[in-house]
Design a protein around this ligand. Structure first.
Ligand code: TRP
Length: 459
């Protein structure tokens, strides 16, 4: 558990995935997520999308398309954490805690914000004309994305390096200010935040686009990833080439067709193509081979993608499962962070002044209930009604009873310090720190023991 490296990256949901995203980001990320020593966190940065995109239909569509893309390409969501930023309420919560330790001057220096200001100044506009505060705060939200899961490594494009450096700065500042309080709260010896390292994938291909510049949404030169075969072929035929005639030897160096081919082909196939170039393959034929190679790789996942897009509920279900799994980490962590900054939900008892009010001393309790879906649920609430554990839905009420027994037994046997254990493989969502959960459970166990003793003496 401790030796695990956590890798995390976000995908802004404002566009349609293209071949460049696939080769440069998605394919290597999915491959990396299969490594046994890595825990991967991949998420849809849909809050970030709102900074630049005010078109609700486009944001909604893009979230769906990008989720379907990762699932269709075989991301193993049992292993990886795959979720949507906006499904994790701890992220905006942490954003505020971090905002309050972030120097405004740091944000003034962020490239994207500065570029907008410089453009305004050049155009004799007010420096902040047309700049929303979301753009200004963007690096803090991104720091929260990373720090909330204490990621060690963040693979991103070069344009994001500064953001990772800022996440380190902000995390370090928080550690400095609240580290001691956090250690007291968690009874541990760790800093709240791991300081993340940026990872720039050097040996990942950047794909040229239709015009030969890097394939990018901002150049409008992309080929969408999920075009149907016939349209994919048509798009590839449109790639810019030089004017050499069939039979004339062609340079592989600087050829867009060759670079794209190489990004998909094996070393052997690439060599064969190199030979064909030397022998003067016609551009039309080279493009046909390029098409066939890409289509062979994408046709199966394309079927899965189309099937998923036809059933958005299924995508939604998988995202909900992903969010629950991610929150098993983020919810208890935020509970500890809140407490560290002085925002505990439990009011510390003033000395020599024990509260008389009933609620303040009320015991934790189990609540069992049935939902409209006719399933049975239970939750553990503390004396103030704060939910500490929340179960999923079960077909039969005795399943709830058994799980409650298991939890009580775990507490009786000194228990575990891992939220993951208390979640019992996702049957229960842990919404507070493990310390809170444990003390509530032992309070309950004490009450139970008292009742049993009373019963025994009455008999
Ligand atoms: N800003 C990143 C981009 O545009 C996307 C992103 C949001 C991200 N949150 C993140 C990347 C956290 C890495 C980690 O590419």
């Amino acid at each position: 558990m401790t030796a695990m490296i956590r890798t995390l990256t976000g995908i802004t949901t404002s566009g349609t995935p293209h071949l460049g995203n696939y080769v440069g980001a998605i394919r290597p990320a999915i491959a990396a997520s299969r490594r046994a020593d890595v825990e991967s966190f991949y998420f849809l940065a849909d809050y970030h999308a709102l900074v630049k995109c005010e078109d609700p239909a486009r944001v909604a569509r893009s979230r769906l398309e990008i989720a379907a893309t990762w699932l269709a390409l075989g991301l193993d969501t049992d292993r990886a954490f795959f979720y949507r930023q906006s499904d994790i309420p701890e992220i905006p919560e942490l954003t505020w805690l971090l905002t309050c330790v972030t120097a405004k001057g740091l944000l003034n220096r962020a490239h994207a914000y500065k570029a907008a200001v410089d453009r305004n100044v050049e155009g004799n506009e007010d420096a902040d004309a047309g700049v929303n505060a979301g753009l200004f705060m963007y690096p803090v939200l991104m720091a929260a994305d990373i720090l909330v899961f204490n990621a060690h490594r963040v693979p991103v494009g070069k344009d994001q390096i500064q953001h990772i450096e800022m996440a380190r700065d902000i995390g370090q500042r928080f550690n400095h200010l609240y580290g001691a309080a956090y250690r007291a709260v968690t009874a541990g010896d760790e800093d709240p935040f791991v300081l993340p390292e940026v990872v720039i994938e050097e040996n990942v291909a950047t794909l040229p686009g239709l015009d030969g510049r890097k394939m990018s949404k901002s150049y409008d030169n992309t080929i969408p990833l999920w075009l149907p075969s016939a349209q994919l072929k048509k798009a590839l035929l449109g790639i810019l080439t030089d004017s050499r005639a069939p039979g004339e030897p062609k340079d592989t160096e600087g050829s867009n067709i060759f670079s794209i081919y190489q990004a998909f082909a094996t070393a052997e196939e690439t060599n064969a193509m190199r030979v064909a170039f030397a022998e003067g393959i016609a551009w039309g034929d080279a493009k046909q081979r390029l098409f066939e190679r890409i289509d062979a790789e994408l046709s199966e996942p394309r079927e899965r993608y189309d099937a998923l897009m036809a059933r958005p509920d299924e995508i939604e279900d998988r995202l909900q499962v992903g969010a629950r799994k991610a929150r098993e980490r983020s919810a208890p962590f935020l509970a500890a962070l809140r407490e560290s900054v002085g925002l505990s939900s439990r009011v510390p008892a003033a000395k020599g002044n024990t509260p008389k009010s009933k609620t303040a001393t009320a015991a934790p309790l189990w609540k069992r209930y049935r939902e409209k879906d006719s399933r049975f649920y239970f939750k553990l609430v503390d004396g103030e009604g704060v939910v500490l554990l929340q179960s999923g839905g079960f077909e039969r009420p005795d399943e709830c009873g058994r799980l409650i027994d298991t939890l009580m037994n775990m507490a009786a046997n000194a228990g575990s310090d891992q939220a993951a254990d208390w979640s019992m493989q996702g049957k229960v969502e842990v919404l507070a720190s493990t310390q809170d959960v444990k003390s509530a459970l032992s309070a309950l166990a004490a009450i139970q023991a008292e009742k049993q003793a009373a019963k025994a003496s009455a008999n």
